[in-house]
Design a protein. Structure first.
Length: 455
């Protein structure tokens, strides 16, 4: 954005990443922590709600199953074959026997609210509500099917049938269960029981609620453990990030010191010498010695060109060309310019591989940084006359080899010398990429550094 401040000056804002307010935004790790906590809580609430819903549906289903099993169990006790035969024969003693059991054991101690015994013709042979005994209501096809089976039929009754008129005062929701019983002569009868739906379901829901609570507690414990482990991992990542940042700051500081030393010992000294040469040329001109002045000027021009080349080499060393602008081979050629400026023969053997995969592009960047560090070491320490750089892409590894014919060093000095921090950084990088860093060297025998990085 460009804004005019007066007639002579203009103000341009090239970057503005300030945020509103006085507080800094939370760091990525802090946001990640809170996101993890919120996600865990949301998942727990969702699981609890789903558990409650599933538990409620299972409780309703299980209430119907339990009611059917309970009714089938008691029917054979309340109406045994002899008692069933007595009800068919209209014997009062049989009705009194059934009524005694129903009133003393079922209606007072269980969830059963009414009991009826039906004949095949739809006649009520027994009911604890006496006025309905002898009434006839034709049985539906479903009830007739129960007489031919061994399984009870259970349903939530809406008490809308004519036969249910007297049961409408027993409760809003009743479970209606039908199960077959047989008389002594084999005649089938239909045993019907009305149970309190709410009481049966409440008992079953209490069991399911306990199981759901135990499951929720287990999930909470599991989520707590996962959250704790995640927080531990986040702390480790923070420490790791701080370590990486510290290494980056140390490397940046080291590069700045080396650049300052290179400029001071190289370009600055050459320019100082060029100044003295030009002073000599001026003195020669004053003395009328034109050939001498011409010679000194040519020498100064050569010195300036060398200084410019040195500055260009420092710029390339400080900010090399990105990989995506020309590929890895051209980027490596740029790194070789400082050495070639010293008349060192540099051979680059790197195939121009199409970096389609994101991981391969990242590896190419890593290879470039490693080659830059190794060529810097050759430039500063090796006193070499030739350097060879080879890059090989295999199925599982990419390999970088830098070989020079310089003065080499004793192997025990590779990791002990303080000016070899670059090699330590390369070792860390190789370990980070599940690779290998190998140094082959000796006094007067040159140095070869081999790196393998996993693809």
């Amino acid at each position: 954005m460009l804004a005019v401040t007066d007639r002579r000056r203009a103000r341009a804002v090239l970057a503005d990443t300030r945020t509103r307010g006085s507080r800094r935004r939370p760091t990525d790790t802090t946001r990640t922590t809170w996101t993890l906590v919120a996600g865990t809580l949301a998942a727990l609430l969702l699981l609890i709600a789903a558990g409650q819903y599933v538990g409620s549906r299972l409780a309703e289903h299980q209430a119907l199953v339990d009611a059917g099993r309970f009714t089938r169990t008691i029917s054979g006790t309340v109406v045994d074959p002899d008692t069933a035969q007595g009800l068919i024969d209209d014997r009062p003693a049989a009705r009194r026997h059934v009524d005694s059991i129903v009133r003393s054991r079922l209606l007072s101690k269980t969830y059963i609210r009414r009991v009826k015994v039906w004949s095949v013709d739809g006649e009520i042979l027994y009911s604890d509500h006496t006025p309905t005994i002898g009434q006839v209501f034709p049985l539906s096809a479903e009830k007739l099917d129960v007489l031919d089976s061994t399984s009870p039929m259970t349903a939530i009754s809406d008490l809308s049938d004519e036969e249910d008129e007297d049961e409408r005062g027993l409760g809003d929701r009743l479970l209606e269960v039908y199960t077959p019983v047989h008389a002594a002569d084999g005649t089938p009868l239909l045993f019907e029981a009305y149970l309190s739906y709410d009481q049966v379901r409440q008992q079953r829901e209490a069991i399911f609620d306990t199981l759901v609570m135990l499951a929720v507690l287990a999930l909470v414990a599991l989520a707590g453990v996962q959250l704790l482990l995640s927080l531990v991992n986040l702390r480790w990542l923070r420490r790791r990030q701080r370590t990486v940042d510290e290494k980056a700051r140390a490397a940046s500081e080291r590069d700045r010191r080396l650049l300052a030393r290179s400029l001071h010992d190289g370009v600055v000294q050459e320019l100082v010498g060029t100044g003295f040469t030009l002073d000599g040329a001026a003195a020669a001109i004053d003395d009328g010695d034109v050939p001498r002045a011409r010679q000194l000027v040519h020498g100064a021009a050569a010195s300036v060109r060398a200084s410019v080349q040195g500055v260009r080499s420092s710029i390339v060393d400080l900010y090399p060309r990105p990989i995506h602008q020309g590929g890895l081979p051209e980027a490596l050629e740029d790194l070789a310019h400082p050495l070639r400026g010293r008349d060192v023969e540099v051979t680059i053997d790197a195939p121009d591989v199409a970096l389609v995969d994101e991981h391969d592009r990242e590896l190419a960047e890593v290879v470039h940084r490693c080659a830059q560090e190794l060529l810097r070491n050759v430039y500063r320490h090796a006193e070499a006359t030739s350097v060879e750089v080879r890059v090989t892409w295999a199925d599982h590894y990419v390999t970088l080899v830098v070989h020079d014919d310089g003065k080499g060093m004793a192997l025990d000095q590779v990791s002990s010398r303080p000016d070899h921090l670059g090699l330590r950084a390369l070792a860390d990088m190789a370990a980070e990429h599940e690779g290998l860093l190998e140094v082959v060297t000796g006094p007067g025998a040159g140095t070869e550094v081999r790196m393998e990085l996993k693809r």
